[in-house]
Design a protein around this ligand. Structure first.
Ligand code: SF4
Length: 211
């Protein structure tokens, strides 16, 4: 085991205690493959599953497994008609499971997420019965302020490129604290506690995923 892996195992033990104090379930898996299996083991066959845009879920192979598995998937992109999309969003908030990553998390067990439209953070805070979060350990921050800075510095600019957002950061690579109509940083959610015990599960991996 490398020193980094050993260090991550030790941090994970602290994170587990801190997330569980906040009624958030927690698993640490050293590899992406194990993390993927952990996520899938939490979802019973036949469950309805929705998701927020997540590179981590895609890169890990979870999305392929879910889309090709024995689940009732709810894809918000299945229609571009506004009325139909409204109906789909209604299904998403009533889903059994919602899959996403987190933009950052803190050593004391808080989740920090910043959204454009806000559909992802809305489902994290309320709606789907269970929320499963998959993220890599490099999203760890010491506190909420650092986590918000991390999102603007490391996550939002490449994400703006990914979704082809018309923002200053997609042109320069650097956050300009913009108020652009196309900003992907309109809503900031800090999840301090899961009011419903075990509604949120965090699965962390020691290998790199996402931004
Ligand atoms: S420039 Fe705007 S969209 Fe880009 S990271 Fe900063 S606030 Fe977010």
């Amino acid at each position: 085991m490398s020193y980094r892996s050993e260090n991550y195992e030790k941090i994970a033990a602290t994170l587990k205690k801190n997330f569980e104090k906040r009624q958030i379930d927690f698993f640490y898996c050293d590899t992406v493959e194990r993390a993927k299996e952990q996520v899938l083991s939490l979802i019973p066959k036949g469950a309805s599953v929705a998701w927020g845009g997540s590179l981590s879920m895609e890169e890990s192979g979870v999305m392929d497994a879910v889309k090709n598995g024995d689940y009732r998937t709810i894809d918000r992109h299945r229609s571009s008609d506004p009325q139909e999309q409204k109906k789909i969003y209604g299904e998403i908030v009533c889903a059994d499971f919602f899959l996403m990553s987190t933009n950052a998390f803190t050593l004391d067990g808080q989740l920090v997420n910043i959204d454009g439209l806000g559909n992802r953070v809305a489902c994290l805070s309320y709606g789907p019965d269970k929320v499963i979060i998959l993220a890599s350990m490099d999203k760890l921050c010491t506190d909420v302020d650092e986590a918000i800075r991390r999102v603007h510095l490391m996550a939002a600019p490449p994400n703006a490129l990914r979704v082809k957002a018309d923002t200053p950061c997609s042109k320069t690579g650097v956050c300009a604290d913009c108020q652009s109509p196309g900003s992907i940083c309109c809503q900031t959610l800090v999840t301090r506690i899961s009011r419903i015990p075990g509604r949120i599960t965090v699965v962390l991996t020691g290998e790199k995923l996402g931004f």
